[in-house]
Design a protein around this ligand. Structure first.
Ligand SMILES: NC(=O)c1ccc[n+]([C@@H]2O[C@H](COP(=O)([O-])OP(=O)(O)OC[C@H]3O[C@@H](n4cnc5c(N)ncnc54)[C@H](O)[C@@H]3O)[C@@H](O)[C@H]2O)c1
Length: 271
């Protein structure tokens, strides 16, 4: 096997929501570690900086280069400070992983206006604000890649109407940003994670529910933040130089099958 240079050698990445909301490895933490493993210098942004520091500890133990920044991506001033900090510390920005997100269940009847506005702001507006602040610097460096973390909940109903609506918005925003900034040599793609087991969902899980979620998709295995992180790594790298304006499901095939496909009857008769 030939030796190869690190896939993100010489690049600078910003990851928003680079910590994890509990023990373990979420999507942002995994992407940050993988970016650093492949040679990127990574600015780890989180509104709870201690969470980003846990990610930093892992990266530094592995000999990678990264640093943390406290910042709330719902605030344009913090987003601008984030982009400025990346420029001051590392001199350029090539990659922006817009990973901040919160879940919100309920129907339109159940959800409060306040919770509706909050999930739209945290899941959707943050991507606009962080991108607005960062894109001029990516353009100045000759182009780069933006990854927006959506969800399969944005592709179909998911018993969480506010969340689904915000993530469908992330996918639309991704298409539009990809078209707007192709001429700037910026690729913009979304990832739609499926039922991955991360610190974000862990508090709502028990063993039965984890097994049920794993069995729901054709591959019948449990996904983790690493699965989402590896997809982000590909989209961030020059290997994806011809890929823009897509929404990549990372879901063990869940969205590719009819909901009835894995009923016991079909399991017996499908061959
Ligand atoms: N876990 C899943 O099953 C799943 C599935 C589909 C999509 N997603 C999406 O993946 C993304 C991240 O998931 P994760 O597992 O890394 O979540 P996580 O909750 O473990 O980590 C998110 C991090 O974002 C930070 N954060 C939250 N709001 C912020 C803000 N306004 N400014 C800065 N930082 C903020 C939190 O402090 C936390 O450290 C989210 O967009 C989520 O919707 C997750």
């Amino acid at each position: 096997m030939a030796d190869r240079p690190p896939r993100l050698e010489g690049k600078v990445a910003i990851v928003t929501g680079a910590g994890s909301s509990g023990e373990g490895v979420g999507n942002g933490k995994a992407a940050s570690i993988l970016f650093a493993r492949e040679g990127a210098k990574v600015l780890l942004v989180d509104f709870q900086e201690d969470r980003a520091r846990e990610t930093l500890d892992i990266i530094q133990e592995e000999g990678g280069v990264a640093s943390t920044l406290q910042g709330d991506m719902t605030k344009i001033d913090d987003c601008e400070r984030m982009a400025q900090t990346a420029m001051e510390r590392y001199g350029r920005v090539d990659i922006l992983d817009n990973n901040v997100g919160i879940s919100q269940r309920g129907t339109v009847v159940e959800v409060s206006e306040e919770d509706w506005d909050k999930v739209m702001t945290v899941n959707l507006k943050t991507i606009m604000l962080a991108s607005k602040a960062t894109i001029p610097h990516i353009i100045a460096g000759g182009g780069g890649a933006i990854i927006n973390i959506a969800s399969i909940a944005g592709l179909r109903a998911h018993s969480s109407t506010p969340y689904t609506t915000s993530k469908a918005g992330v996918i639309g925003l991704t298409f539009s940003m990809a078209a707007d900034h192709a001429a700037d040599n910026i690729r913009v793609n979304a990832i739609a994670p499926g039922l991955v087991y991360t610190p974000m969902v862990a508090p709502r899980m028990n063993d039965d529910l984890r097994q049920f979620r794993a069995d729901a998709a054709p591959l019948k295995t449990e996904g983790t933040g690493w699965d989402v992180g590896y997809a982000a790594l590909f989209l961030a790298s020059d290997e994806a130089r011809w890929v823009t304006g897509i929404c990549l499901p990372v879901d063990a095939g869940l969205t590719s099958v009819h909901p009835g496909t894995f009923t016991p009857m079909n399991q017996q008769t499908r061959y």
